[in-house]
Write a protein that binds this ligand. Sequence first.
Ligand SMILES: *[C@@H]1O[C@H](CO)[C@@H](O)[C@H](O)[C@H]1NC(C)=O
Ligand SMILES: *[C@@H]1O[C@H](CO)[C@@H](O)[C@H](O)[C@H]1NC(C)=O
Ligand SMILES: *[C@@H]1O[C@H](CO)[C@@H](O)[C@H](O)[C@H]1NC(C)=O
Ligand SMILES: *[C@@H]1O[C@H](CO)[C@@H](O)[C@H](O)[C@H]1NC(C)=O
Ligand SMILES: *[C@@H]1O[C@H](CO)[C@@H](O)[C@H](O)[C@H]1NC(C)=O
Length: 349
Amino acid sequence: MNVKLYSSLLVVFMTDAVWTQSITTMEYDDPYDWSYYSFECPQECFCPPSFPNALYCDNKELKAIPIIPARIRYLYLQNNLIDTVTEKSFVNATQLKWINLNKNKITSSGIVKGVFSKLKGLLYLFLEHNELEEVPAPLPTSLEQLRLAGNKITTIPEGAFSNLENLTMLDLHHNKLLDSTLSSTTFQGLKNLMQLNIAQNSLTQMPPILPGNVVQLFLDNNSIEAIPEHYFDTMLKLIFLRLNNNKLTNEGLPNRIFNISSLLDLQLSYNALTRIPAITVHLEHLHLDNNKISSVNGTQVCPIPIPGDYVNERNLPRLRYLRLDGNEIKPPIPFDLMLCFRLLQAVVI
Ligand SMILES: *[C@@H]1O[C@H](CO)[C@@H](O)[C@H](O)[C@H]1NC(C)=O
Ligand SMILES: *[C@@H]1O[C@H](CO)[C@@H](O)[C@H](O)[C@H]1NC(C)=O
Ligand SMILES: *[C@@H]1O[C@H](CO)[C@@H](O)[C@H](O)[C@H]1NC(C)=O
Ligand SMILES: *[C@@H]1O[C@H](CO)[C@@H](O)[C@H](O)[C@H]1NC(C)=O
Ligand SMILES: *[C@@H]1O[C@H](CO)[C@@H](O)[C@H](O)[C@H]1NC(C)=O
């Protein structure tokens, strides 16, 4: 089976090589002939004949972006030495949906202002692991995913996200965001944002206001000490919340802060908690490893009165996975904890 697969891949590869060679010798007579579009290909890049809307220019040590042919929708430029993004490359590329510029050397001053917002149909823009110091606004309002992880971003221009009503994922992790970078209007307008990753920045506080439709919020590896009262009250769809590797203490957590009925997965590893915070019956995964918890009182932790002999399965707390290792708790697992969380499949202690 393996051998068969390998040989068919080889055939495809060789066919492609032949196509690539014929590209440079092709005569373009009629620009409206379909074959004209299928063969036009920048010399530095690879145009797979079976996927005419894609242009592969990745891993080529390119210093500049080639002129992108009009038919291209998917553009792969990752892993090069590109430091600027100018309008010339994109004048005819009005059909672009996806640009991958990860792992280049692009600086904020190297991006001509407005070059991305002219791409009216752009859905995905990937600029991870570059040298950006600010979010490259203005951006096209069509955008659905914006990945900016692994830059040096300290600045988000006012209104950078305010028209991105279709953005569902924003990844800003591993940058240099400060509390002062984020204002109460920074994320305003992101009506459809579902995934927000601000892990590995320099925040000491929670962002002032987050959009109400966020499902997945990652804030790991900051220096957050506290969460304001009622912080999550407007986030009625939050399912995954990660705050690992911060400086949270029980004093910094209001009593009912994690009373979020949509929440299924809560991660608070590597903080400075001394007690298990109150959770809801809906929560399924709880990570509390590597804190300073020394004892567990099942009666206090249980979100309902500890169920007796007769229990209705449907009302039981849903917790399935609990991590308590790296604390000061000695086995065995307290019996009242097991009486409460009868659906637990794993406890790491
Ligand atoms: C853009 O397309 C027009 C019309 O097909 C053509 O004349 C022009 O040379 C193209 N521009 C670039 C930069 O390729
Ligand atoms: C947002 O997405 C919807 C549905 O796909 C589309 O009709 C609308 O034009 C998009 N908005 C923008 C600003 O592109
Ligand atoms: C947080 O930092 C730790 C240690 O430096 C690293 O192993 C982990 O991948 C980081 N996690 C995130 C989500 O940034
Ligand atoms: C938790 O929040 C719900 C509303 O989502 C509310 O009805 C309930 O009283 C709260 N529970 C506690 C213990 O605050
Ligand atoms: C656990 O908490 C309950 C209610 O707060 C209390 O009555 C009980 O004595 C505690 N158990 C232990 C072992 O401390």
